[in-house]
Design a protein around this ligand. Sequence first.
Ligand code: C5P
Length: 215
Amino acid sequence: MQALSRSLRVVVTAGPTREHVDPVRYLSNESSGKMGFELAAAAVAAGHRVTLVAGPVALATPKGVRRIDVVSAREMLAETRAAFDAADALLMCAAVCDFRPKRRLKGKWRKKDDGADDAVLELVKNPDIIATLGRAKGERLVLGFALETSQGLRRARAKLERKNADYIVLNDASALRADRTSVTVLGKDGSERRFAGAKAAVARRLVGLLTASRA
Ligand code: C5P
């Protein structure tokens, strides 16, 4: 008889972050949140308790998922840290903006008023959420994503180390906004797996890895 797998407390992050320049303008990216929402749904379907920390996306909350909406990377760090404190695993699927404007203006940026043809927006680095939480993860499982346009395997392997992750899921820009994806999953044990298909199916395979490693 097959042993029942343990119900885990899982934190999933999804979607982009937005980094505001002023009250009406922001920097962001093309992430739709689909993969992260599918991961949250697959984890609930596998019997886990799921907190989904979501950037701004137009997606319905999967049934049975506790959802926390955030906007910026710093808000995502705060909410993800709080949820991960009481969790067994972190699936860090969000496309976090690497940089944010150095200043968030209270009123609209009026740069064009001085007649210049170019403008400089000063940026500062955002915290790396997965690396920050990965450093103190202990026995908890951490899975991250890497979207690369070149030298994917080399860069994804470096991320395993740098972010102290158990798994890095490598994909490319074709996954953005799409319903299907094709990924290579690198494990810190040197393993390499390829999953392709609908994001929902790939999400089930990824949750399967989590369940297997914590059975
Ligand atoms: O370094 P890179 O952005 O390619 O790494 C991608 C992985 O790191 C993803 O899992 C993403 O969610 C996470 N990340 C993060 N905080 C950042 C940037 C990326 O947690 N500031």
